[in-house]
Unconditional design. Sequence first.
Lengths: 368, 362
Amino acid sequence: MAGLLLKNVAKFYPNGVVGIKDFSLEIADGEFLVLAGPMGGGKSTLLRMIGGLEDVSKGDIYIGGVRVNDLEPRDRDVAMIFRNYILYPQMTVYENLAFGLKLTGCGREDLHQRVMDTAKLLEIEDLLNVPSEKVEGIDRYKVAVGRALVRRPKVLLMDDPMRWLDGEMKRKMREGLAGLYRRLGVTVIYVTEDAAEAMALGTRLAVIRDGILEQAGTPQEVYEKPLNRFVAEYFGDPAINILDASVEEENGRAKLQVAGCTGVFSQENSRRLLAAGYDGREITIGVRPEDIHMESEWVERCSDNLVEACADAYEASGDQAFMTFRVGENRLKAQVPADAGIRPGDGVTLAVDPSKVYIFDKDTQKAI
Amino acid sequence: MISNQILQTTIEGLKGITRIDFCICDTEGKVLASTFSEAEEYENSILAFVDSPADSQVIQGYQFFKVFDENQLEYILLAKGSNEDVYMVGKMVVFQIQNLLVAYKERFDKDNFIKNLLLDNLLLVDIYNRAKKLHIETNVKRVVFIIETKHEKDGSALETVRSMFATKTKDFVTAVDEKNIILVKEVKPGETYADLEKTANIILDMLNTEAMSKVHVAFGTIVNEIKEVSRSYKEAKMALDVGKIFYSGKNVVAYSNLGIGRLIYQLPLPLCRMFIKEIFDGKSPDEFDEETLTTINKFFENSLNVSETSRQLYIHRNTLVYRLDKLQKSTGLDLRVFEDAITFKIALMVVKYMKYMENMDY
């Protein structure tokens, strides 16, 4: 195991394109860090830089306290798992696991021990003598992971390894990987575009867009305290509702005008907005679907933040459902009980919990 | 010659089945592969056995066998034990090694043939004659992949690619120089360029994972006949070069996706210099500062869309317009106009190409 330190790391391509911009982050020993963000944002580039497969244009990368910028990939004590993998067709599972180690010149006894230990860890001991062509489904994936683990790396780098897996298989593998991480105790850096996957796996997330670190924090932190509109929109399915709003001060408290309705901000948001001089200015607000309510107790509790809306579309999802409402020209998506009995066209009073309203500057899109 | 590793793997496998220890030595008594540790002690006995007319002999509790390759003594095999069973197993092992020699030679012949085919060293009639002799089908679709490794003679990378493809007898893995591994792959019916791109990505990811090598993969177009394989090879080679110049962020490059870069790559340098002189009046368009370059690249990336570009650059629309105006003043080209934008794009690519070629000259 080893911690990592990325210090002002940057990647410039010869054509002037900047892949990674001044990226700094410390990753603790044994942490499961997920690099999350949209495609083309630089996540894989950063991972490949850590692994030594891409040159570092600027800055320093330390693994276990050692600067590794100039070290070859095989000398960095890392192992990598990518999204594309196959098993060597003519080999057994044992030989597949041993292949990479053989290339490094590992001694016979050590190699055997490592293969056996890895197989035990992945619970594939029964498959060791099976030709790889007969290995299917999740076991194939385990063998591919095993080929990386058998190296006993300090850091495991995973580049969107579940990208090509379908729903059920992905769910199983996600559970398997979480369990494996607990057993291994190794530092893992995992790349994914899938926000739900990032939330489920990571002990900490680093959100990257256009080569810039947008936010780093625990899954709960990035979900509940997004530093900007992008992070707020990236996590959550369905996505957060984003609306333009204006701020007006009334009796020392910031009031909100949105979609023809008037509401109040929470004490904390009100204080922030007025202190930062947003009185009379336009801002952007965000409300997650689960924070919009139609139950009578919520309507009573949030009597200052009620919205008259018209039900538009209904999406069932097990015991919960999502309803899209029309509020003037805006659309709001809310999580409603499956048995709420609302039909498209019905008029509904919605209550918004003011403590769950996110506020962003309209130009910079940063959280206020 | 068969590698010692293969000999070792063979006798270990056979020991696993028969529970008999084996050792293979060369004709000078040097141990090449062994499943027991004291094999070196038999050097003198081996030398005496080499000189003797016997094909097999029991010496100091070991059965000694001679392994011939076309009547030429190649190896001495030692099998531990002196009974009949050991003798029979020993004979079978000798047979196995002789077959390995034959298979190796056939592969070597095929390897030679493929190398010469790629390098256009064969007459058309020879291509078909030799292909027939080597049982290589002539009328199947094939494509050539080139895998360029960062380090010369990257044995791990070659071994990995061989393990991925070589057992499929219709694919060939070879190398014509120190840094490039070449894969001549049969294209299955219905396989498309998207599938080939996936194969290239698998090669890349497997080499990154297993051999931990930095590699670039390029591939040519699909050819229908064996005589056209060299064309696919040349295309893959060009894709590798063009990729380095224009698509340096990409690790997989397909000849079929090279676009305008392929045309520029074939322009003579004097013509390029003339073009740049005419467009920029002697100035070099790549001498812009980082901010301008980022702006230009983002503007092209967003198909000349001012609003989207300013949004992605986190700048006000007017700031972007100001930057574009400034660029127009210095170059005479207005990037908001398609004609000027394409001229600018081509000029940037031409400059990149010229720089690459000039560096190559050194």
